[in-house]
Design a protein around this ligand. Structure first.
Ligand code: GAL
Length: 688
């Protein structure tokens, strides 16, 4: 692989394929075998040194690189490229022993002890100085090592300790607030400190939102979330600038955790700081819809990467060690998981980790090379996946196109789930996934994008629960509608501005004109209440959890609340015409069936092709190359064979299709259709 700041590398023979590699856990005798088996599996990239601070800096300012020299040379001699870590993800005991002040604190003041990993306060100047020195040493040592094609900055920043309430963090928070507000009066306005006698006279009085007798000021909490995400970003920039200065020309990345489970980091703001967006994704074994959550995560990662190909930096070959019951994956599920990421824009597939550890907290975590060794079905499946990923190299660089966008806002997520709200069990991602699932089930690809993304190219824009809405976001949505898109906005949207305050006038604040309604009251429902809605469009449908007292302004009603309820007779679903577009508003939580009906109606209305009657187990996604050639991924998550209409060349088997393709249960097919019928078939098919 060539080393260049351009990614992906056009000369690469296959997709990137590999894992985290932790040679420091093993006797050097194992390394030759590791590399031989990597070659057998088709591994072409390993992430080295992620947790090796203690093995590199054995005591303060004493560096031991011999072992790493040997490992990198061995990998180089075997043609395996390296994503070299800054090794900062787990400070060694000598550091926390000498400097216990770098340990992070929880909101109740308790200190998180060493003994695990990520035991550092990301803003503590002492920690930062040590992390920078280590990074500089590694960059200096390996800047010219040809195996190193990528810098892997730290690891899953903020994964374990997203919020640090220590004194170091308090000082950094104050500095962040000073930059944001300039004067204490501005902050007092933004936080509305006239409430509960919270007025500050200077920035020095401000603390993180530590455990308090009752609700802490919501804007203080929201700003602490913003600050905490920025604190990790600041650290990321420090590491990045250190390696860039010493070793320019080697692209940098870090592994994001873009899923519905990681809330603390606003990755939309991070993406432009790295050369390559990389993501880690783990399925939750107990979740029957884990493949749909995976698809969402991949679509979100593509949105974070602004449509460019990205790298799946970690997923698991089988069981993990951190869920309640760590149910292994079948080999077929591993294949489906991996290729579903590729289908949605990944140009590389990596795992945590290469060889299963013998000890430590992750010894029960699966790996490419399991404890059972090479005479195992998992190893054979890993080799097959490696061969497939070589075949799929032609896909690298192609893009996923979507006519539907879903607006996803980390700030709306943070703010909408703050305490002292109409419903303590409100979940931002619940509606996100309820809506996303409908598109997934109809084979419609969705770009998951931030509220300020260009929306002009989409026919349908879905906006779940945009509780916090900036003026820019409101304008952006309005522009999209005026230029002809259909928008679907759900309840509890447009409620607050960026300071978590109600804009002047009735709800929904900045979205009033867009939606053409006013909301007089939020009406969360008792646990057992199910509301009936009547609609000429959709018949009798059901809703629960939430309702709003809506007054029509320019919108017209599509459904009304019915039955014995104070809101009975009031509008529940409305549509507003704006410019060339239409804006739908759903003022309640529709049942799954009703959500599906609305989504189907909007897809048909927008002439977006959807497969209404397809098998519920089938996932279909298309990647398209600049020259017009396409790659259609068909993933059969079910237990029966599925026959679909397809022509072209199936890349995994190499077979030419005669108009139909049968995808066996649990399997994946990838159909290549050249831009022009005169193009020769790809000479890459083989029976795998
Ligand atoms: C990730 C982490 C890896 C490993 C893995 C286990 O969050 O980056 O180092 O711990 O989880 O699933």
């Amino acid at each position: 692989m060539n080393r260049s700041a351009e990614w992906p590398d056009a000369d690469r023979p296959g997709l990137l394929f590999g894992a985290d590699y932790a040679p420091e856990q093993w006797n050097p005798d194992t390394w030759d075998e590791d590399v031989a088996l990597m070659l057998e599996a088709g591994v072409n990239l390993v992430s080295v040194g992620v947790f090796s601070w203690a093995s590199i800096e054995t005591s303060p300012n004493v560096f031991s690189f011999d072992w790493l020299d040997k490992v990198l040379d061995l990998l180089l001699n075997n043609g395996i490229s390296v994503a070299l870590a800054t090794a900062t993800a787990s400070p060694p005991p000598w550091l926390t022993h000498n400097h216990p002040e770098i340990l992070p604190r929880q909101s109740d003041g308790s200190v998180l002890s060493p003994g695990g990993r990520q035991g550092f306060s990301v803003t503590h100047p002492t920690f930062l100085a040590y992390a920078k020195r280590l990074t500089a040493q590694i960059a200096t040592r390996y800047r010219d090592h040809p195996a190193v094609v990528l810098w892997h900055l730290d690891n899953e920043l903020g994964g374990h300790v997203p919020f640090d309430y220590s004194d170091a963090s308090a000082a950094a928070f104050r500095a962040w607030l000073t930059r944001r507000y300039g004067t204490i009066e501005e902050l007092n306005q933004a936080w509305m400190t006239s409430f509960w006698s919270q007025r500050y006279t200077c920035f020095d009085e401000i603390l993180p939102p530590r455990l308090a007798p009752t609700y802490v000021n919501p804007t203080q909490q929201l700003d602490f979330s913003r600050y905490s995400s920025d604190a990790f970003l600041h650290y990321l920039r420090m590491l990045r600038d250190t390696v860039r200065e010493i070793a320019p020309g080697i692209p940098v990345t870090t592994n994001f955790m873009a899923t519905t489970r990681i809330k603390a980091l606003d990755y939309f703001r991070w993406a432009s700081e790295v050369d390559l967006v990389a993501n880690d994704h783990y399925t939750i074994a107990a979740c029957p819809e884990r493949h749909i959550e995976l698809a969402f995560s991949a679509d979100l990662t593509r949105g974070i990467a602004r449509g460019r190909p990205w790298l799946l930096m970690e997923h698991s070959t089988s069981a993990v060690n951190w869920q309640k019951r760590n149910v292994p994956k079948s080999c077929d599920e591993m294949l489906r998981n991996s290729l579903a990421h590729v289908a949605r824009g990944a140009d590389g597939l990596m795992f945590f980790q290469w060889r299963q550890s013998r000890g430590g907290a992750e010894k029960f975590h699966s790996a490419m090379l399991p404890q059972a060794g090479t005479d195992s079905s998992l190893w054979r499946a890993v080799k097959r996946l490696g061969a497939i990923s070589r075949c799929l190299g032609v896909i690298a660089g192609s893009r996923v196109q979507a006519r539907v966008a879903m607006v996803f806002s980390y700030e709306a997520w943070w703010a909408s789930e703050l305490d002292s709200h109409p419903a303590a069990d409100f979940s931002y991602t619940e509606r996100v996934m309820a809506l996303y699932r409908c598109f997934w089930a109809r084979g419609v690809t969705v770009d998951v994008v931030p509220a300020d993304a260009p929306l002009g190219a989409y026919d349908l824009v879905v906006v779940p629960n945009l509780y916090l809405c900036s003026p820019e976001a409101a304008d952006n949505l309005e522009d999209a509608a005026r230029s002809g898109a259909t928008l679907l906005v759900t309840y509890f949207s447009g409620v607050v501005d960026i300071n978590d305050q109600f804009p002047a006038g009735p709800h929904p604040g900045l979205l009033r004109d867009l939606l053409g309604v006013e909301v007089e009251e939020f009406h969360p429902l008792r646990e057992e209440t199910v509301l009936t809605l009547h609609s000429d469009h959709f018949g009798r449908i059901e809703a629960d959890f939430w309702a709003e007292k809506v007054t029509l302004r320019t919108a017209t009603p599509v459904a009304h609340f019915d039955g014995d309820h104070p809101l009975s007779g009031g509008p529940a679903i409305t549509v507003n015409s704006l410019g060339r577009g239409k804006v739908w508003y759903i003022a309640t939580r529709l049942s799954a069936e009703a959500t599906e009906s609305v989504v189907t109606h909007l897809l048909i209305d927008a002439s977006i092709e959807c497969q209404q009657n397809r098998s519920p187990d089938l996932e279909t996604v298309v990647r398209t190359r600049d020259d017009g050639a396409s790659f259609t991924f068909i993933i059969n998550h079910g237990t029966t064979p599925t026959r679909v209409e397809q022509s072209g060349q199936e890349l995994i088997s190499g077979s030419q299709l005669d108009g139909y393709l049968t995808v066996q249960p649990g399997q994946v097919a990838v159909v290549f259709r050249p831009a022009s019928i005169h193009t020769q078939p790809l000479a890459i098919g083989r029976d795998l």
